[in-house]
Design a binder for this molecule. Structure first.
Ligand SMILES: *Cc1c(COP(=O)(O)O)cnc(C)c1O
Length: 223
């Protein structure tokens, strides 16, 4: 397993300041023991993609390691929003106003402030989920107005392409959108995170402006 320090050194080697980059260790399918090893290796942000799996891991790990941050990164159905709000600190995969409204309602009921990111569909053909860039402005205005929720960034999953250089326009698109959103200067909306880049494409994502990478296999090995 790579340690946080080792990954940070790798990031520094591509000319990017690792102190500006958040690494989310994606622990889907990974055992509690392996997650504990990753905690010992320095990781503090973890990502899960299914609510049911998260329920089996997060409460135990939160009790034992209260300093960790948990990110929901998988597609979230509205009927699972309540559970997700209970479990997670960040929900990165918000892709509709309806889901944001449900998260807001559930967070309010729990007296909790939840941080979300909006998932953007940067590639028409390839992404199943996510907000189309043309609709982002309208959606973010509505989301900004919701109580108990703040928008902390944008997230995307790049298409699967052999030539990683071909991903640059998609990553650049998300970075540009985050700059546009920041200019709107909306209450409860801060583009603190540009969440893009996974094990196979994080170097290119960082070069194109990512400051949050989601690494699963890179840290934990093949799933
Ligand atoms: C699984 C997953 C990752 C991590 O993928 P790796 O290729 O293992 O790094 C990142 N983001 C999302 C949304 C995922 O579902």
């Amino acid at each position: 397993m790579f340690t946080l320090n080792e990954l940070n050194l790798g990031i520094a080697q591509i000319g990017i300041d690792p102190s500006k980059v958040t690494i989310v260790a994606v622990s889907k399918t990974v055992s509690i023991q392996q997650i504990e090893d990753a905690v010992k290796a320095g990781f503090t942000h973890f990502g899960e993609s299914r609510v049911q799996e998260a329920e089996e891991k997060i409460p135990y790990l939160r009790e034992k390691y209260p300093h960790l941050f948990w990110h929901m990164i998988g597609h979230l159905q509205t009927n699972k929003a309540k559970k997700a709000v209970e479990l997670f600190d960040f929900i990165q995969s918000v892709d509709s106003v309806r889901l944001a409204e449900e998260i807001s309602k559930r967070a309010q009921a729990l007296g909790k402030e939840i941080k979300i990111m909006l998932e953007i569909k940067v590639s028409e053909e390839e992404n199943k989920f996510g907000i189309e860039p043309e609709k982002l402005c309208a959606i973010i205005q509505k989301t900004a107005a919701l109580p108990a929720l703040s928008v902390t960034g944008l997230m995307t999953i790049a298409p699967l392409l052999e030539d990683k250089n071909k991903l640059r326009p998609y990553f650049r698109r998300l970075k540009d959108l985050s700059v546009e959103v920041e200019k709107l200067d909306l209450p409860n909306v801060r583009m603190q995170f540009v969440s893009m880049g996974m094990s196979d494409d994080f170097e290119v994502a960082l070069e194109e402006g990512s400051n949050l990478i989601r690494l699963g296999r890179m840290i934990f090995g093949p799933r």
